[in-house]
Design a protein. Structure first.
Length: 441
């Protein structure tokens, strides 16, 4: 071995020895604040970087508190830190007896176990939560000083993360409300495979292909089928949209990625927010090392995670339909202008009795064209023509009470053409009637 190589090895060894000495770990035994009635006991390892302490190694936290009224809070939290970031599996064991009072004077009891896997402070791997809860009020007339428990419930949540993104599978259970959600997720975070969504006495079984729903069955909890839909057309649309050489401007649809975690009203983010992000129990604001879970996560902390996505298709107006829809609006307005011109001419020339039936007809078709314009403006926004038609009636009937019945069993293309033809003919009819009225004098 040459002297240069030997010198390099010695230098590298000495450099690492110096680095190791600089990273020499120390142990801290003491207390940690937790926002509760008394601090907990904590042990952790750290090394110094200037004046800063960088946690690195085993982390242990323990709280044992109780009082003469039989209230208690027990917390045990164990995990590991690597360079000030949570790493590996963290275990949270929490037992609460008649604590955390709400506005109505109820005190809550919890029995919670959370196992959460991390890499460099980001959720990575399996997370599982089991949580039982009940509540009661104080009753000084009772021998025990407490009333009976009510609203007992058990929650179960199982998630799998890939560096902060939900993948593989999810499981949510709310026992008291008979709510169950479980399904598969692909490596990109999209719904994939079989999903079961059970709530409000209804069970939906849905099949997905990388975010695209292809089948839905709706049943009662006793197994009676209420509705069954094959939605393979969604997969067909995706294949058409992604085909090479396709002119997307000619298609009447386009895919849209729906991020379920962004919707705070969806049951999955609700359960994540209520149970995974329980800052009172899991002390995210006091134990450092989380990259995604912040001190102040806002109204929907579940949105800090990625994944749990669907592909929906929304209606896109192609060039031909755009021309028809523009024509409907244009000719409907011209029809209304013709009626207003005729009405002013009749009043100015004292022709009310002579052209009453003609003017009544012009008023009617003016209102009809306005109604058709409103209907087409709503229908165009829906992928499903039946859903669009129903929504159009609801949106337009109050503003335009004149009766219009659209033909059934037509495609959206056919329906828009039908409306355009109706409005076009009425526009020409109003033009001819206006001309005849002006010829009277």
């Amino acid at each position: 071995m040459s002297s240069k190589i030997t010198a390099f090895i010695v230098f590298f060894f000495l450099l690492n020895m110096g680095y190791s000495q600089n990273q020499r770990k120390e142990r801290y035994n003491g207390t940690m604040q937790n926002g509760l009635m008394q601090p907990g006991e904590v042990t952790y390892y750290y090394y110094k970087d200037g004046r800063d302490r960088i946690m690195d190694g085993v982390f242990r936290y323990r709280l044992r508190w109780r009082n003469e009224e039989r209230q208690r809070v027990y917390q045990t939290i164990n995990g590991s830190m690597e360079n000030d970031k949570k790493a590996g599996t963290w275990s949270y064991t929490i037992k609460v007896q008649d604590y955390f009072e709400d506005k109505e004077g109820y005190f809550y009891s919890y029995d919670v176990q959370l196992n959460a896997s991390y890499e460099k402070g980001i959720p990575h791997g399996s997370w599982s939560l089991n949580k039982s809860v009940k509540k009661r009020q104080q009753d000084k007339d009772s021998r025990k000083g407490w009333g009976s428990y009510k609203d007992k419930n058990i929650y179960v949540i199982k998630l799998v993360f890939d560096h902060g993104q939900l993948v593989d599978s999810v499981y949510f259970s709310d026992e008291a409300n008979n709510t169950l959600i479980k399904g598969q997720i692909d490596t990109n975070g999209f719904y994939h495979g079989k999903w079961i969504i059970q709530k409000d006495g209804i069970r939906k079984i849905e099949n997905y292909h990388h975010g695209i729903i292809t089948k839905r069955i709706q049943k009662t909890l006793n197994g009676k089928v209420q509705d069954q839909q094959s939605l393979m057309v969604n997969k067909d649309m995706w294949i058409r949209y992604t085909s090479e050489g396709i002119d997307k401007s000619k298609l009447t649809f386009k895919p849209e990625t729906l991020k379920v975690l962004k919707n705070a009203d969806h049951i999955i983010p609700q359960m994540i927010n209520d149970h995974i992000f329980d800052y009172r129990l899991f002390l995210y604001s006091y134990i450092p090392g989380d990259e995604l879970i912040n001190d102040f996560p806002g109204k929907n902390p579940a949105s800090l995670f990625a994944g749990l996505k669907k592909v929906n298709f929304e209606y896109q107006i192609n060039r031909e339909q755009a021309k028809l829809l523009a024509g409907i609006s244009r000719e409907a307005k011209k029809t209304q202008i013709n009626f207003n011109k005729a009405k002013r001419y009749v009043i100015n020339n004292g022709l009310e009795s002579q052209v009453k039936s003609t003017l009544d007809r012009m008023e009617r078709i003016s209102k009809l064209t306005a109604k058709y314009d409103c209907l087409s403006g709503t229908i165009k926004s829906f992928m499903n023509v039946n859903e669009g038609t129903n929504a159009a009636y609801q949106a337009c009937n109050l503003r335009h009470p004149i009766s219009v019945k659209l033909p059934a069993n037509q495609s959206k293309e056919q329906l828009i053409k039908h409306i355009y033809k109706k409005v076009h003919n009425m526009h020409f009819e109003s033009r001819d009637m206006l001309k005849k009225i002006k010829e009277i004098n």
